[in-house]
Design a protein around this ligand. Structure first.
Ligand SMILES: [Fe+2]
Ligand SMILES: [Fe+2]
Length: 192
């Protein structure tokens, strides 16, 4: 699916569906960090007009997702818990090269892969019968939104780099991402 080279481990959905509150808390923080990351990227590349426009839209959408998931928690009488970090995203971010223009290319493609993985996991969650119907509807809706973000990041990369350069680096990073995913220990988190 998408540009992913490995499916999510089979044991993840059981861990996630058994601990929906932990999953919702972590998910809320993922949406918050996606919005913050969009703001950070436009701050780093203020003269890239298309990037700035896309990031403003992304920040709005991810903030709306954050608000929605916090609403789901509060509706269940549960407060947001502290963020426990994201091992997966940290491992992937370590492969972003330090100098531009490579840094920009890698940042866009790492974000693209995170969106693609989120999209894959929302698809799994939406199809899991152990998860309440209302939440499955939310995951279904988020699935298409994250797919749109994945495509947006690839298109942005192709605006600033040749299609061959983008495809080659995406291929490399997607294999790195697959190795990271295979090493995960099935935690009740969005990328666990
Ligand atoms: Fe989102
Ligand atoms: Fe997203």
């Amino acid at each position: 699916m998408l540009c992913l080279q490995a499916p999510t481990n089979a044991g993840w959905i059981e861990a996630a569906s058994r601990n929906m509150i932990a999953l919702l808390c972590d998910h809320a923080h993922c949406e918050r960090k996606a919005a913050m990351n969009g703001m950070f990227l436009l701050m780093q590349y203020p003269q890239r007009d298309a990037l700035v426009r896309e990031m403003i839209t992304l920040v709005e959408e991810e903030t709306a997702h954050f608000k929605m998931i916090v609403g789901e928690l509060h509706g269940r009488g549960i407060s947001l818990r502290p963020d426990r970090g994201n091992f997966y995203a940290k491992q992937l971010a370590a492969h972003v090269r330090k100098q531009d223009p490579e840094r920009l290319l890698d940042a866009l493609l790492v974000d693209c892969l995170i969106e693609a993985r989120s999209c894959e996991r929302f698809t799994i969650l939406a199809g899991c019968e152990a998860i309440p119907e209302d939440l499955r509807g939310i995951y279904q809706a988020l699935m298409s939104s994250e797919e749109g973000h994945y495509l947006m990041y690839v298109e942005l990369a192709k605006r600033y780099f040749s299609p061959d350069t983008v495809e080659a680096r995406l291929e490399e990073l997607s294999h790195i991402e697959a190795d990271i995913v295979r090493s995960l220990t099935n935690q009740p988190t969005m990328h666990g």
